[in-house]
Design a protein around this ligand. Structure first.
Ligand code: MN
Length: 245
């Protein structure tokens, strides 16, 4: 048996096989390295997170913040931009204006706009409603209004938590200004309070993507812990603006 010949042939076969593999893997690499078809870059852009991903730990972990901001919020924006690509008139409106004039959009894209522009508006506020220096209780006119409306801050928190826990499936709990008065409510999906003519003052995202990595099914634990990162000075500012103060 001619071992040497056999070996040479094997080597030849092997190198042929490697060449074929290399050829195809190059093509695969070229395909995967090519950028995904870029969606329209506007009209909306992802606002930067106002603090580092890990800033809200241990209440909200860095990985949740990274995914929530970079992937989920970005997806609402990407989807909204795609829906608006052929609608320059609608693209000129601010996201809030657009949500209030959804009847101007073709019916086929109305629900998509409501969900995705709503998601953009809600999350833009949500990042600002939290802070690494958050927690405690509000001060000033907002504190007085909470006490007047709910009896005490503790009672307000209790009712807000109930709204967050009773929301079935995905949605938000809110403190809003409604007809000049404070009210607690919850909305499904990404519906922002402004759809009902209410002004959002404080919102809690109770979609599973907001807490599942750290809290899994323990939504009550997430809701309770979240108060430690509430950015009351920002909420007070929103209240002042909403009441013309
Ligand atoms: Mn979310």
């Amino acid at each position: 048996m001619n071992t040497q010949k056999y070996t040479r042939r094997s080597i030849f076969r092997l190198s042929l096989a490697s060449a074929v593999t290399a050829f195809f893997s190059d093509r695969l690499m070229a395909q995967s390295a090519a950028p995904a078809p870029a969606g329209p870059s506007g009209p909306y852009k992802l606002p930067p997170l106002p603090y580092p991903y890990e800033a809200l730990e241990p209440t909200i972990d860095a990985e949740t913040m990274r995914l929530h901001h970079d992937k989920h919020h970005q997806a609402y924006i990407t989807n909204a931009n795609k829906l608006l690509a052929d609608h320059p008139e609608l693209s000129k409106l601010s996201p809030e204006e657009l949500l209030l004039q959804l009847d101007k959009a073709p019916e086929a894209i109305r629900k998509g706009l409501r969900d995705n522009v709503g998601g953009h508006v809600n999350h833009t506020l949500f990042w600002l409603m939290m802070s690494p220096k958050g927690g405690g209780e509000p001060a000033g006119p907002l504190a007085a209004a909470i006490e007047k409306t709910f009896g005490s801050f503790a009672e307000f928190q209790k009712q807000f938590n109930e709204a967050a826990l009773k929301r079935f499936g995905s949605g938000w709990a809110w403190l809003v200004l409604k007809d000049g008065k404070l009210a607690i409510l919850s909305t499904p999906n990404q519906d922002p309070p402004l759809l009902e003519g209410q002004k959002a003052l404080l919102g809690l995202d109770v979609w599973e993507h907001a807490y599942y990595l750290k809290y899994q099914n323990r939504r009550p634990e997430y809701v309770t812990a979240w108060w430690k990162v509430v950015n009351w000075p920002f909420v007070e500012e929103l209240y002042a603006k909403a009441t013309g103060g």
